[in-house]
Design a protein around this ligand. Structure first.
Ligand SMILES: Cc1cc2nc3c(=O)[nH]c(=O)nc-3n(C[C@H](O)[C@H](O)[C@H](O)COP(=O)(O)OP(=O)(O)OC[C@H]3O[C@@H](n4cnc5c(N)ncnc54)[C@H](O)[C@@H]3O)c2cc1C
Length: 406
């Protein structure tokens, strides 16, 4: 089957409108705030502007106010939004809300969609996704899940502790993953790549005003731009009714695949936008700075860094679009998303790092946002599956394929 990667005219037009919106409206606000916004008024101002520009929530279906883009189309539009740290927030396609909307649209009941997806898609509330736990709980290995939900009259009682839950402070609700059966899941790899036949976990929709869900602390982290920060959250005798179950009981690991594969790719798309921005800043500097009797950009080692950036950006884009094409065909695309995620997370880091190097001391100053970008992209080599966990999965699939051929 031919792989069709080029966007159609409507998507190309939306991408170009998004690029203009980011350039004209978002970047001035980003620069004013140093790329980090903690203020609801600014979030709403950005989102109102995106609505007015007709670029808001491009990923959700028209019935929820969006453009219903498939994964390949998202790749084009999200990259443009990601050109600013605040572009994804403005378009309501930032993590974790975007991944949660994707999953709710596919799995939630009609009632759950009205109650949770509709306000989330409109930007009226935010959400969080609570899977990772402090050691010895779930991290790279989701099968280590310790948070437990047990049957209680009329529903379930959840107990456990989660951490690194992005956006939990101020979120309207959480999607919490808890163990509901002792049948152990079998890990096959990177964060969430669990044998889909294995039972054991269930996803629950937990309203933030539930007295059993408590914010423990804000975790001080290298990155700061993901809205709401990263939180430690306790679930203590947290009672939820039966209609809080998202999908089927014990189907949690299977549903995690619905979220994690596409969410890996949308992270890559957004951070690819930042890599392009870093390269544009570096190229502008290389074109104007005079050094040793020539322009910086005429020195061979600088040209090599510029060329390597272009190669990393182009290769990342190609791998994202290939994996998105597979996802659009309804495939799980486990191998393609692992390859793309690992490559992009490392390539995007390299691009930002080289760009900062080209700019010299200017690069580490607050006068350009390169040092902020560097801090923001580094954790991407850890979340959505660390590079090592993905390499482990990739190699195991290759070996299984080899064994199957013998
Ligand atoms: C900025 C940020 C935001 C996050 N947001 C969320 C969120 O919103 N919700 C949520 O649930 N979680 C979130 N996480 C957690 C994230 O998903 C986990 O950090 C990730 O799954 C890794 O788990 P861990 O941190 O427990 O590392 P561990 O599982 O302890 O792994 C530590 C290291 O071990 C190595 N390793 C892992 N597996 C293998 C392997 N198979 N072979 C060889 N080496 C390996 C890797 O180097 C890895 O970095 C976030 C994390 C960060 C950093």
């Amino acid at each position: 089957m031919a792989v069709e990667l080029a966007p159609g005219p409507q998507v190309a037009e939306l991408a170009s409108r998004t690029a203009e919106f980011v350039r004209e409206i978002v970047i001035p606000i980003e620069v004013e705030h140093g790329g980090v916004v903690r203020d609801e008024a600014v979030r709403l101002e950005l989102q109102d502007a995106a609505k007015a520009a007709g670029v808001f929530a491009p990923h959700v279906g028209a019935e929820f106010g969006g453009h219903g883009l498939d994964m390949r189309s998202r790749a084009v539009v999200f990259e443009e939004a990601g050109y600013s740290l605040l572009g994804p927030l403005a378009l309501n396609i930032a993590a974790p809300d975007e991944g949660n909307m994707h999953m709710l649209e596919i799995i939630a009941t009609d009632r759950q969609k009205e109650r949770y997806l509709r306000p989330l898609a409109a930007g009226a509330v935010r959400s969080c996704f609570a899977m990772t736990e402090p050691a010895p709980g779930a991290g790279s290995d989701p099968a280590a899940l310790k948070t437990r939900a047990v049957r209680a009259e009329g529903g379930w009682r959840i107990d456990g502790r989660k951490w690194f839950i992005t956006g939990a402070d101020g979120a309207g609700f959480a999607i919490c993953m808890a163990r509901t059966s002792d049948q152990a899941a079998v890990s096959t790899g990177a964060a969430g790549s669990v044998s889909t036949g294995a039972a054991g976990a269930t996803m629950f929709l937990v309203d933030a005003d539930n007295p059993g869900m408590k914010i423990v602390r804000h975790i001080d982290t290298l990155d700061e731009s993901l809205y709401g920060g990263h939180l430690e959250v306790a679930f203590e005798e947290c009672f939820v009714s039966d209609d809080a179950v998202l999908g089927e009981v014990d189907g949690g690991f299977r549903y995690a695949q619905v979220r994690l594969g596409p969410a890996r790719m949308t992270h890559c798309m957004r951070w690819l936008g930042i890599a392009r921005r870093a390269q544009d800043i570096a190229v502008a500097r290389a074109a104007e700075r005079e050094l040793f009797g020539s322009r910086l950009g005429e020195l061979g080692m600088v040209q090599q860094m510029i060329a390597d950036n272009e190669i990393d950006i182009a290769a990342s884009r190609g791998l994202i679009r290939q994996a998105c094409w597979e996802l659009d065909q309804g495939r799980s695309a486990g191998q393609a998303t692992s390859i793309a995620k690992t490559f992009c997370a490392e390539a995007i880091w390299r691009v930002v790092d080289r760009s900062l190097q080209i700019c010299g001391s200017l690069g580490v100053s607050g006068d350009v946002l390169l040092s902020r970008f560097l801090r923001e992209v580094r954790p991407f080599r850890i979340y959505d599956g660390p590079s090592e966990a993905h390499r482990w999965s990739i190699a195991r699939r290759v070996l299984r394929h080899h064994d199957g051929q013998r």
